[in-house]
Design a binder for this molecule. Structure first.
Ligand SMILES: NC(=O)c1ccc[n+]([C@@H]2O[C@H](COP(=O)([O-])OP(=O)(O)OC[C@H]3O[C@@H](n4cnc5c(N)ncnc54)[C@H](OP(=O)(O)O)[C@@H]3O)[C@@H](O)[C@H]2O)c1
Length: 212
């Protein structure tokens, strides 16, 4: 599949959840983890999130001090991204919205609208927008689809073992429990940074493809 190199980043609780009863997406991990989140955005030609994360986290998907800021990509089924969301008022890279269901997604001022599936969108980003590296910050539903497509090359994880969330409907890095992926996706550990004082561990993995 012609597509950019894709990295993802998530923080998980001790029970493997990415979201809590308070729907806290940020602020429950350390400042160092937040800095890591920002650092991982650097070098990406595009940042991508699912509509659920965009809304829950009020994300603006920006990178400070970069001459050519990355594209800001939002994935939704029906395209109903709120026009008063802060992503539209904060200066940053061009906004691209993929709507997977609606044939003619309603235009959103300040955004380029796309229709199709995630696979074709990734191809468009690579071929038409010349994006070489795409960085996805979740959430679980979007990462699950990337995993289904076997389109995750780099997987960054913060294990925040200091907190339990519980919750039958709490999402994991691959969203809510659903069908199996078509096959397990194996990754090789590239870096392991325990921070005893924070109660967190920063992990980075690369997809192991020669195992197939
Ligand atoms: N701990 C962390 O690091 C972390 C990171 C990210 C998010 N979160 C948390 O995770 C929660 C969101 O999780 P989630 O699994 O619901 O996240 P999500 O993937 O961001 O959002 C789901 C929504 O995004 C759209 N979407 C996602 N994948 C799609 C696909 N393949 N095709 C079409 N549309 C797609 C759909 O939007 P429409 O409904 O508009 O169709 C869907 O309802 C939030 O509470 C957020 O705070 C935590």
């Amino acid at each position: 599949m012609l597509r950019p190199w894709i990295s993802t980043n998530l923080a998980i609780s001790a029970d493997g959840k990415i979201t809590s009863v308070e729907k806290r997406a940020s602020g429950w991990t350390s400042k160092a983890d937040h800095q890591r989140l920002l650092d991982l955005r650097r070098g990406a030609g595009a940042l991508m999130v699912g509509h659920g994360t965009l809304k829950a986290d009020r994300m603006t998907l920006t990178v400070d001090g970069q001459e050519n800021p990355p594209l800001r990509c939002i994935v939704t089924r029906d395209g109903g991204v709120e026009s008063d969301h802060p992503v539209f008022s904060k200066a940053g890279g061009p906004i691209h919205i993929l709507s997977t269901r609606s044939n003619t997604p309603a235009p959103v001022r300040g955004a380029v609208m796309h229709h199709g599936n995630l696979e074709s969108f990734l191809r468009t980003l690579r071929t038409e927008q010349r994006v070489e590296r795409l960085h996805c910050e979740g959430g679980g539903m979007l990462i699950r689809e990337l995993a289904r497509l076997d389109a995750i090359d780099e997987f960054h994880l913060t294990l925040a073992g200091h907190t339990l969330f519980g919750g039958r409907l709490a999402k994991s890095p691959t969203g809510l429990p659903e069908d199996w992926l078509p096959a397990s996706r194996e990754f090789e550990l590239r870096s392991f940074e325990p921070h005893m004082e924070l109660g967190e561990c920063f992990l980075s993995y690369i997809r192991r493809r020669n195992a197939q």
